[in-house]
Design a binder for this molecule. Sequence first.
Ligand SMILES: [Mg+2]
Length: 292
Amino acid sequence: MSRVVIYTDLDGTLLDHHTYSAEAASATLSKLRELGIPVIPCTSKTVAETRRIAAQLRLDGPMIVENGAAVWIPKTWNLSCTESSVSEGEMWCHGFGIPRSVIRRQLAILSVEWGNRYQSLCDLSDKQVMSITGLDADSARLAKERHFCETLVWLGTPADRVAFAQQVRELDMRCVQGARFVHVLSSGGKAEAVSWLHRKISTERSGFEDALSISAGDAENDIDMLQVTDLALLVRSPVYEPPQIARAGGLIISDQFGPAGWSEGIETLLDRVMEDRVSGRFLPKRNDYNAA
Ligand SMILES: [Mg+2]
């Protein structure tokens, strides 16, 4: 069963919201490795942070970082580069949207009205980032190495955030809400990156022709991604209610939180895919697969 690709959020989904541990998912990750099913991080984290976590979890495929603003692909995957792609060591990067420096210049337009209600994560000291996130010193430093998305600590009310997001939209950018931060980016977010990468994998990577896509996430910034894959897993959070996902079928919600919920949900979806293949049913198509 190799023709499945899993796209997963990290914080609060594959990693515990409080401890950042993936221990509860380790048995499922080993099983997926044996089955040859790629697990592709799709996260608000930076490439520097994601590289480190991917190495720890023995994930050696592509990575989608900064809320879908950039995709990093190992050259060994033999996917065709884009004209604008940038090569770095064993990987190449495709960026969607404008660089962070330009996003910051655009945001400066709004800072007169809103500047006292947010702080850029990158302007904080490592110690401040550590206290907000619970990350260790190295991880806090890596969290600030952003290239395509501006991450904000929101100090205003939720209503302020909605009004701010509207003004950001008027500047042709968008705000997405993660578990801890508001992210401002100019690309289509995680959904655009997952769709772009999955199209590439399922047409160019040998053995993955017409591969089935599964996404997993826990927060508002995952909603769009959970709507574009063939199957989707909403992982329950210990700190907020599951967001509403608009899709007709193919979505399950875990009972357990974080990585334990990730394991439970991924195993359930894979069993379902397996049953359908054994019984000879055609591969499901998005939104007409009743996995619930
Ligand atoms: Mg998350």
